[in-house]
Design a protein around this ligand. Sequence first.
Ligand code: ZN
Length: 203
Amino acid sequence: MNIEKIYKDANAYLEGHFKLSSGYHSQFYLQSAKVLEDPKTAKILAGALAKQIINSGIHIDAICSPALGGIISGYALAEQLGVRFIFAERVNNKMTIRRGFEVKKNENFLICEDIITTGGSALEAANEIEKNGAKVVAYAALANRGFCTRQKSNIQRQDNCKLPLNKPLFALEDFIFDIYEPSNCPLCKEGKSKAYKPGSKNN
Ligand code: ZN
């Protein structure tokens, strides 16, 4: 499966000057929402991801995604694995589980994102799950931005990966783009554009 082609065909592989959720700037942005607007594509991608998880033998009881980005991929994956799905959301900037979603003691949770960059939001969601007495046994995303190491890839983990070393990350592809600290961003230095966050304002 050619994930890059799927993103490009859906006009979801954007070039410009972007501000990522992690705070870094980048010339490229993967707009997964554009890929997932076709439920058939969502099903195919989630099916491929589910296959990796089933083959690993890791038992999953439920999936939790950090809102908003991870919700569609997490839900599609839960459908493929036949497990329930909940999401965590930010309230006053703190990741929280609301809406009466239950996290039961000793349940095995998988945290699902659309894209894992440094894994910061995924880790915050995982901490909320574990605070409630359940176990986070794995992470998953459609694609990995190359800072963390996914299963079946030998890309080296970078220092800014926030995911725990002892939990597997399942993803369909690695996308390695340069990311920059805002203070050290060549696109900012060029002065022709301001970084923006896709999904915010009119984007
Ligand atoms: Zn910049």
